[in-house]
Write a protein that binds this ligand. Sequence first.
Ligand code: FAD
Length: 503
Amino acid sequence: MRNSKPTFSFSFAYLITIIAIIFFAISKFGILAIILVILSYLLIKFEHPKSTSRIMADDAILIDMPLSGGEGKSVVVVGGGISGLSAAKFLIQAGCDVTLLERNPIVGGNNTPYLENGEHHATTVIVTLPAQQPHYLQLCREYGIEQTPHDFEDLKGAIVFENRELNTKMGSGVGGFLRFVYREATLKELIDGFIIFWRLYRQFRIRPESPKSVAEVLGDRLVNSSVFTHFYMPWVGINTWCRFDDLDRQPAHVFASFIFEYALTFDIRDKSAKYKEDHWCVLDGRLIHKMRDQLLSNERYEQYLNTNVTGISRTEDGNMSVFSENGESWNCDSVIVATQPIQALPVMGEVAPKRLIDELDKWKQMDCYVILHTDFSDIGNRPWLHQTHENQSTGKYYITNTIRPRMGDLEGKYLITFVYNTENYLDFRANQMDESSIVKLYEPKLPIFSLENSIDRNTVWREIDAQCDDIFWTQACRSGLQYHNNGIVSSKRVVRRVLGLDW
Ligand SMILES: Cc1cc2nc3c(=O)[nH]c(=O)nc-3n(C[C@H](O)[C@H](O)[C@H](O)COP(=O)(O)OP(=O)(O)OC[C@H]3O[C@@H](n4cnc5c(N)ncnc54)[C@H](O)[C@@H]3O)c2cc1C
């Protein structure tokens, strides 16, 4: 993973390059070696203007949010995850009256920390690299939230590779990562691994975004290779919500973006990031709580929990009306639905432009199981453990990530394990862990990336937002890897549209 000092791995690379040039220059292949080094350098520098890498650079540009212009305008926000809360914050800031409706008893959406004796224990949302999530970082700074680096960078975690373990520190930099791969892998794995790495890099940075799946880009042999099954899938697939069944529908550029945007970062998005902000940090719900508290202290803000919105209609005088399951309704000028696509469809189907509905329809949903437990038998003292298992009933592979988030709880009292799909969750519980160690189970849902919904999304959503007058939709999956940054940047864009401004 990336080094704590962003420039270190690059300086290291330059140093190696210079040594290589000198070394090869005095050997008989000198000229050839120099040409190769120059070509590799140019390749690393080259970025296609329509690549995922370029789009992520656009998403990192900070946006001026208006401090006025919404006076007298009433807006209902449906959903109190990071997207809904940010939308509410920026609407209030611009002078609007805001009502937020959330169906759960608490706000936070997928980011719901487990609270015990006043301590926050991370649950579904765990880590962030704040320097790569500038909109998230900007909000944290605004609320005075200091980043809390995880001890990933000091302790070695493991990727279980069949009968071996690949142990490495997160944050060891490109040089450290290559050293670790070189030390621990066989020659065949090294060659396969390198070809996979190169093909994914090409999809991320050198090619325009395209509807090419991971399976198509890698081909049958590589996708079934042991290095892909036991290394890339538990390392990358778990973070891009890609199950083995998704390999022929998850775009390769989405899969690649975890590697090159977050894990082995090529471009630092927030160059002003200070010490700690460029480390892997724990995402512990403090931002959610600060935003909620600030909103609740504003007299133009109202919040209704346990309120499941079931429909939205347009009244005869042109206003919007929002209905809940328990028979309540709210009239307003505009509505922002900030829920996952599958949750938004039944609610806004009657009033939203057809193009928006068609786009929402492209997102299916996946089941996640997040187990908060105390079974340390596999992970031992390590901070994380990525693993591929074979399901004993179906005979198919599945991946898990077990992680010990360090927060107020410095002893790492609880572990979190992610498993995708019900049959895999049942297999994991029955065969891989001590069931009596389970403290709490979360069942978050996530929209699935596919070849239909993940290409040039900023162009798609800019056009759709421009067609919306009084009903809008936003959620983290509109851009990037559906992390916090993506939720916040998309909310900013939608709020600007509500205020009659361009993105
Ligand atoms: C297992 C897992 C691990 C993750 N790890 C990370 C991580 O390490 N780092 C990171 O940055 N991100 C991570 N994420 C992603 C992160 O959780 C999401 O990006 C983020 O929480 C999405 O926020 P959102 O507000 O867009 O949507 P959501 O969190 O889905 O919020 C939508 C809200 O709308 C509410 N709602 C839905 N329908 C209705 C209705 N009809 N009426 C009223 N309310 C409704 C829901 O209850 C929910 O509160 C992880 C997600 C999962 C599932």
